[in-house]
Design a protein around this ligand. Structure first.
Ligand code: SF4
Length: 376
């Protein structure tokens, strides 16, 4: 199908024009651009490296602790290269403090959220990549509000740095720790903000002190299926995990649940996921939110198994079922546990490894975007 034949959509890919950009921050820039930027601000170029060390390696945010910088210049250096990007409005805790969800206000008043989830063997930050979302999935609270704007690379990185600080400072039960995993599963469609998201992935994975020094294998980028961007991501040479939110194995239902499907069909989308696995040798995760009476029928489990299996049985894919966390007043509700078990059984019978996502944060409005929606 050519682009001109595709159905026009009420989807929003571009943020409104004329918006003021977030303050420029050291984390927006690649290491080799930082010295020049410091000079542009009238600051000594070599100070950029010192500030990067404070930000990425030492996780310092108080200028008073940056004692290797001349006291008289500290304020200017920090204001120029590490400007305040976001302020926490509210933090909610669950799971005895090991799940912490933070609602942030950005410089222009936009609200986003991030969640830190600590497990015995790892700590995962779930971050937002856009304020709002233009993908219009009808079961999602964020999707109902539309897109406000794309977040900058530094605004995305700052969410991870905030979690890293909380862990390093022993503010989360379990002793001092570090962020081992980042998942782009907060507000927004990450691949609709491609450039900033790739920049953030690079900052997360660049060795310290240029970046946070995380393994790319610990980073998961999710998408509802922006096929051209999925193909592009496969060529970036950064082996992140790709998570495709499929939610239905047939076009008829997926057109309704995930409106981007009217532009890129299930077949095209799953092909792009398969291509990602083939190119990067990274197993793709298929995310499937289980919705009672909507997409959780046994025959859809069989169809999903067939759709995935027919692209090869070399372990390129696994399915992650998500018990839906319904939003108040919504017709979308979680599947019956017996239907969920049968769904898993049928997928596994077709040789598809299947897991059910844990439901961390349920009691703190774990549904995507709900916290920000409530505050707004
Ligand atoms: S489910 Fe994800 S892609 Fe769909 S509207 Fe919500 S945030 Fe956007």
């Amino acid at each position: 199908m050519s682009d001109s034949e595709r159905t026009p959509l009420p989807l929003v890919f571009d943020e409104p024009r004329g918006r003021k950009k977030p303050p420029r921050h050291l984390a927006d820039l690649a290491p080799d651009e930082r010295t020049a930027y410091a000079k542009e601000l009238g600051l000594p170029g070599f100070r950029a490296k010192q500030l990067a060390t404070h930000y990425f390696a030492r996780l310092v945010d108080d200028p008073a602790e940056m004692t290797d910088l001349p006291a008289g210049q500290r304020e200017d250096l920090v204001a120029g290269l590490l400007p305040t990007l976001m302020t926490p409005l509210r933090t909610m805790e669950a799971d005895r403090g090991t799940t912490r969800k933070t609602l942030w206000r950005l410089f222009d008043g936009a609200l986003v959220e991030s969640v830190l989830m600590r497990y015995p063997d790892r700590a995962t930050m779930c971050v937002s990549s856009q304020a709002g979302c233009g993908m219009a999935c009808p079961f999602c609270a964020t999707g109902q509000g539309g897109l406000q704007r794309n977040m900058s690379t530094a605004e995305i990185v700052e969410q991870v740095v905030a979690g890293a600080r909380a862990l390093a400072r022993d503010e989360v039960p379990g002793g001092p720790g570090r962020v081992s995993n980042v998942v782009f599963m907060g507000m927004g469609e990450p691949l609709a903000n491609y450039k900033a998201v790739i920049g953030a992935v690079r900052r997360l994975t660049e060795p310290t002190p240029d970046g946070l020094g995380m393994s790319a294998r610990g980073v998961t980028v999710s998408t509802v299926g922006l096929v051209p961007r999925m193909l592009q991501l496969a060529e970036e040479g950064i082996p992140v995990t790709l998570a495709l939110s499929l939610h239905a194995p047939d076009d008829e239902l997926r057109n309704e649940l995930v409106p981007i499907n009217t532009r890129y069909s299930v077949a095209e989308t799953v092909d792009a996921a398969w291509n990602y696995a083939r190119t990067t040798k990274r197993r793709v995760s298929i995310e499937y939110a289980m919705m009672r009476g909507i997409n959780d029928q046994a025959w859809r489990a069989d169809l999903l198994g067939d759709v995935l299996q027919e692209r090869g049985d070399w372990g390129w894919v696994h399915v992650n079922l998500i018990p839906l966390n319904p939003t108040p007043g919504s017709k979308w509700t979680a599947s019956d546990p017996a239907d969920e078990r049968e769904f898993v059984r049928r997928l596994e019978a077709k040789g598809i490894p299947t897991t059910v996502r844990d439901t961390r944060g349920r009691e703190i409005d774990g549904a995507c975007g709900q916290l920000a929606a409530t505050e707004a």
